[in-house]
Write a protein that binds this ligand. Structure first.
Ligand code: FPP
Length: 245
């Protein structure tokens, strides 16, 4: 049971109210599987189930957005068998989610260059996008073939094309933001990285300029609502100054 209310503060902890947007680097699937003598792919399957649980939990406690890092532009370097297994999991997840999105009130969006994915996955993403346009409420953004630097370069290229086509307005942070995958979505107030590593790994480089970072040793497949509560409680104790005093 969550400790938080949408418009409330976390019990006695005070400080910040509930974040609108949490970002998560879903790390530790491989180690979770290894500890159990299972193939790494079993860790990813467990991780996909954890995503399902956590997305529902985040929706239930009143967040507006959850953004997760499922597959980076660098993850193609992994053995083909593992890459294929992750893609199959995404296909399976989407195939099931499409049926339930409207009922569950969860919108699914994809951030990243999806043009290189399999035709089947692209078709599922296309279908998901169509449904998402008329589902209201909580939105989960799944980053697939996503890289923060790649996103910035693409935005710069899009701006250059506009200038070439006659754009005369000056480039502002606002205009640049509108060219990112996350256009129109508020920046995450809190970024959680399970799995013990303490780095961003090319995730949401622009959007996390003032995001509060929370690291935990818990492996992603072991993550649950209580872990989210702990991360939010830590966030709510932080003082956010955005460069001011
Ligand atoms: C990082 O753990 C995890 C990934 C690169 C893949 C994440 C993919 C999923 C959870 C499955 C598909 C997602 C959805 C949304 C259905 P790691 O393999 O680097 O773990 P390790 O550091 O322990 O090796």
């Amino acid at each position: 049971m969550a400790l938080f209310k949408k418009d409330g503060k976390a019990g006695e902890t005070g400080g910040q109210s509930l974040p609108r947007h949490i970002a998560i680097i879903m790390d530790g699937n491989g180690r979770w599987a290894k500890k159990r003598g299972l193939p790494r792919t079993a860790g990813h399957a467990a991780g996909a189930e954890t995503f399902r649980t956590i997305a529902t939990y985040c929706k239930d406690i009143g967040l507006d957005y959850l953004t997760v890092y499922a597959f980076s532009t660098e993850n193609w370097k992994r053995p083909q068998e593992e890459v294929d297994a992750i893609m199959r999991l995404l296909e399976r997840y989407l195939g099931e989610a499409i049926e339930k999105m409207e009922r569950d009130g969860i919108r699914l969006k994809f951030f990243g260059d999806t043009t290189v994915l399999s035709p089947k996955l692209r078709e599922l993403i296309h279908e998901t996008d169509e449904i998402t346009t008329h589902v209201r409420g909580f939105q989960a953004n799944v980053c697939v073939n996503y890289g923060g630097r790649d996103e910035l370069v693409r935005a710069a290229q899009r701006w250059a094309e506009r200038v070439k086509a006659g754009e005369t307005a000056p480039l502002t942070e606002e205009r640049f933001s509108s060219l990112l995958y996350s256009a129109a979505i508020p920046d995450p107030e809190l970024l959680i990285r399970p799995g013990g590593e303490q780095r961003l790994s090319n995730f949401l480089l622009w959007q996390s300029a003032y995001t509060e970072l929370y690291f935990t040793d818990t492996l992603w497949p072991d993550f649950d609502g209580e872990e989210i509560d702990r991360a939010i409680a830590a966030y709510q104790r932080r003082e956010r100054r955005f460069g001011g005093l």
